[in-house]
Design a protein around this ligand. Sequence first.
Ligand code: SF4
Length: 222
Amino acid sequence: MIQSNRSFFQEYLNELYPDAKCELNYKRDYELLIATVLSAQCTDKQVNKVTAKLFSMYDIFSLKEASQKDIEDIIHPVGTYTKKTKFIIEIANKLVKDHKGRVPNDKEYLKTLPGVGIKTINVVLGNLYNVPGFAVDTHVERVSKRLYIAKTEDNVTIVEQKLMKSFPKDKWVLLHHQFVLFGRYHCKARNPECTNCLMKERCRVGKKKTKSNNNFKRKYTV
Ligand code: SF4
């Protein structure tokens, strides 16, 4: 993506989502960490339903003592709940033991927690401590590839590196949220809203759609 297109897209995102922020609900630092772990392969909406119940019944201290079965019963709607239950009980154990139940601003420590990958770390540190990072989830990856910021064959690590090179560091956290909202509500995986998208001339998918619409019009317009 050339620089003028990047700036154009950034302005477009600022217009669409000036106050973009995380759509996972949380009141405490550990709630965000656990909600992000639960959000793997699941929608934020579903996670919010589950965490509303979970955190009305447990805090980080009681969660570490909770039974696998009781937590599974609460979180089963988020999918892969056996594994995720193990992760969050173990996370609670470690956070209480090592940091009195708080989530530290420490990337290396967070990497040692089960079920916590680089995407989760970027989301958590960006939201809690405003640490610059460009978390790449499914929406960010799709939008980046459609808009030539990354190649279709790039893996998430390369997509992340290209995003960080493409945009100013002090905007990474905001842009991450803007990309997520753009991908979730506008540039959807199926049926993206290309007709009223300002990026359609600068996008792999938009260009194809415009071309096929033009061919259709040429064939059927007298
Ligand atoms: Fe997404 Fe379509 Fe816009 Fe491209 S033109 S960015 S595919 S909505």
